[in-house]
Write a protein that binds this ligand. Structure first.
Ligand code: SF4
Length: 292
């Protein structure tokens, strides 16, 4: 395995002795992404069967120190914009086209919007970005979609979207049963659907869906049909879906029954979605065999 492949696969949210911020080479953003972890306590309101977060090792800390987060992110922004980061392994093996800072992503060891400090942090991060004149660098929220309509979260979303923001929102199921089986959350499925529709009516959103083999089975025909129906309903209600990202398990997870789908299976799923939703940009990200 080359260093670059290791860099793609190694999304552990750890960088030196930092507590909150970490750089990765991101397949999806095709460049460097600086992650901001608002869940150092590793708590999440979902319990996805494919989650790769190590919840056995106790967290280094549980609190959010926003001044420290500022300092960590400021340093990483300086390393990335000066190019010094590309002298440090594994970033030294990044291809020339990957040597660009694409985004700062709120993507932690849990759901970022559950942090009380979410809106404040978005504010601070936008300020750090603007102080450096990084107008092309996006602010990305990677979310499980459970709290997109909470008033304190909406405040953060407004700041995010006013600063080259993108909302990458999870929808892993078409039916309540599949959602319960895969996401194992107490949040009602209908709330996820309502949040997605309301948010997409206000701003274009990018929907992320992880399809996997769970207990030896991929999503069946009825599940896929229901899933396409959910996307159609969002569009029919005036929602805008900027793109759909279909991906599968890419890294080992604590649940051995959560397995990646093969490249061919992903292609079949994508072609069904494309034929049901013509005009919707569908991006496919394959599992480990892509990296073998
Ligand atoms: S929403 Fe994300 S962090 Fe939470 S359990 Fe699912 S995959 Fe893990």
């Amino acid at each position: 395995m080359t260093d670059l492949i290791k860099a793609h696969l190694d999304h552990r949210r750890v960088w030196r002795d930092f507590d909150y911020c970490y750089p990765v080479i991101s397949r999806r953003s095709r460049g460097v992404s600086l992650g901001v972890n608002l869940n150092p306590d590793k708590a999440c309101n979902f319990d996805c069967v494919y989650c790769e977060v190590d919840r056995i090792t106790p967290p280094k800390r549980r609190d959010l120190d926003l001044d420290l987060l500022d300092r960590e992110l400021g340093l990483l922004l300086d390393l990335a914009t000066s190019g010094e980061i590309y002298e440090i392994p594994p970033f030294d093996s990044a291809r020339p086209e990957q040597r660009r800072l694409n985004d700062i992503a709120f993507s932690g060891d849990g759901e970022p919007t559950t942090a009380r400090e979410f809106a404040d942090t978005v504010d601070r991060v936008a300020r750090l970005k603007n102080q450096r004149g990084l107008d092309l660098v996006k602010l990305v929220l990677i979310t499980d979609s459970s709290r997109l309509q909470a008033p304190e979260v909406l405040k953060g979303l407004e700041t995010l979207m006013a600063n080259q923001g993108e909302i990458w929102a999870k929808l892993d199921a078409g039916t309540e049963a599949h959602y319960r089986e895969i996401c194992r959350s107490q949040v009602p499925f209908q709330r996820i659907l309502d949040n997605l529709a309301a948010t997409a009516r206000r701003w274009p959103i990018l929907i992320q869906t992880l399809f996997l083999s769970w207990k030896g089975q991929g999503p069946g025909e009825a599940e896929l049909e229901a899933y396409c129906g959910r996307l159609e309903a969002i569009l029919a209600m005036g929602g805008r879906i900027q793109a759909l990202q279909l991906y599968t398990v890419a890294r080992p997870t604590p649940e051995p029954e959560a397995r990646p789908l093969a490249r061919l299976e992903m292609d079949v799923l994508a072609s069904v979605v494309r034929s049901r939703l013509p005009g919707l940009p569908v991006e496919v990200y394959y599992g480990p065999e892509e990296w073998a």
